[in-house]
Ligand binder design. Structure first.
Ligand code: SF4
Length: 425
């Protein structure tokens, strides 16, 4: 990385490794177009599963075809596809009901389910999730007790090898898995995950608890909570982290599967790169204020009212990969930084222990070296590199901002002013 990049804060990481089987989604050619057309024809010929009537759901919720196509265009762009693919993406959305989904929940607040069950003004993504062919979902389904158990066993048998297993919440492994049991049979959740994932086409970890352990795995982690990828093996695992996950990122990932027949490329943390390939800091609408050294210093101060940068209030956007700035939440109504609070890094591993405090990361890291590069010891090498690179970029940038402001003040006062040379943040 050159010095200019560090000074401008325009630093970037090496490209994340991709899964070998994943197509290069940003490179669209005739071969890729034919692949999508063949896949859609295959999906059209497949049996429609009961319970998914997207056109009916949209009509009942007074969402016009025009609105649906606008949503399709947005998802097409988010997936990195040219706009000519919008009709195919729209058709893929209508064919989502060909993919059976089994949704189970472990240690979780049900926030990811709640994210798509909002009662008023649901988005297209939320409506799709509500009506997706959920063969089993403990929160949504009407059945309970032994009836629910029979539904699960029947769906797992009928769609063996074809269903997508969605896991919400972390998996407790302490007390021999005894901290979480499910259903009338009191099956241990860890055993349920193992048996259902063995016959799944793929496993999606919905939210940060399933993806990385989340809050249940925060120190001291009394239940031995762990992430899905520590328990599941032999099938593709895709993490859709955040607290809660963004329904658009979930639907977009399944749409990619319906459209291409393959799961999207992922980074080293198994997150789809189409959604988690960019630092929040790099596309943040407050970035110009960071570059200008203009920071909120206290909640509600003038800088806060002017939407200045939230770095000094603990924003972790420089360390967090997610597409919040471009898609927002609730049909892009808002997202944390737009609402005036810094990013808490909820789509990064161990965010609750290492990122969620309301102070700059640089003031929180013990140990030697620039900003103590040992912080992410529990994160893999990629994550540690991320913190190191971003931390150095923030530090150098802050020095540059401090010097620039000091020079400006000196020139305004017509002389030296050593009192203004302190480095911030
Ligand atoms: S608010 Fe956060 S993400 Fe946005 S520019 Fe400031 S530090 Fe970066």
């Amino acid at each position: 990385m050159d010095r200019r990049a560090l000074l401008t804060g325009d630093f970037s990481l090496e490209p994340a490794p991709k899964q070998p089987s994943a197509p290069p989604i940003n490179v669209v050619d005739e071969g890729f177009r034919r692949q999508c057309e063949a896949r859609l024809a295959e999906m059209r010929a497949a049996d429609a599963l009961p319970g998914f009537d997207l056109r009916g759901v949209l009509a009942r919720n007074k969402l016009s075809r025009r609105r649906f196509l606008q949503w399709s265009a947005g998802i097409t762009a988010a997936l990195g596809l040219p706009s000519v693919f919008t009709p195919q993406v729209a058709e893929a959305a209508e064919l989502l009901g060909r993919v059976p989904v089994i949704w189970i929940e472990g240690q979780s607040c049900t926030g990811n389910t709640e994210a798509f069950l909002r009662a008023s003004a649901p988005t297209v993504s939320e409506l799709i999730l509500q009506s997706l062919a959920l063969q089993y979902h403990e929160t949504v389904m009407a059945g309970a007790g032994f009836q629910a158990e029979e539904t699960l066993a029947s769906a797992a048998k009928q769609y063996a090898g074809k269903y997508v297993l969605v896991i919400e919440g972390s998996i407790p492994t302490g007390a021999n898995g005894g901290y979480a049991t499910n259903g009338a049979s009191a099956q241990k959740f860890v055993d349920r995950v193992a048996s259902l994932s063995a016959n799944a086409a793929a496993v999606i970890a919905a939210g940060s608890c399933a993806s990385f352990g989340g809050i249940p795995a925060a120190s001291p982690n009394p239940t031995g909570a762990t992430r899905v990828s520590d328990v599941v093996s032999g099938v593709p695992v895709i993490n859709i982290p955040a607290c809660p996950m963004n329904p658009d990122n979930f639907v977009g990932t399944i749409l990619h599967f319906v459209l291409t027949g393959q799961w999207p490329a992922t980074d080293s943390l198994l997150r789809p790169t189409w959604a988690f390939g960019t630092l929040i800091h790099n596309s943040c609408p407050r970035r110009a204020h960071f570059d200008a050294g203009e920071y909120v210093q206290n909640w509600g101060d003038e800088a806060a009212q002017s939407n200045f940068c939230l770095y000094k209030m603990g924003c972790k956007g420089p360390y967090t990969y997610n597409n919040c700035p471009s898609i927002g939440y609730n049909e892009n109504t808002s997202w944390p930084i737009r609402a005036g609070h810094g990013c808490i890094g909820c789509s990064q591993p161990a965010f609750w222990d290492q990122l969620a405090f309301e102070r700059p990361l640089a003031t929180q890291i013990p140990g030697p070296g620039i900003f103590g590069l040992g912080l992410q010891s529990s994160v893999d090498k990629f994550g540690a590199g991320l913190v190191a690179v971003a931390g150095v970029g923030v530090a150098v940038h802050a020095v540059a901002s401090g010097i620039a402001r000091s020079k400006s003040r000196r020139s305004e006062s017509g002389g030296d002013d050593d009192s203004e040379t302190s480095v911030e943040p």
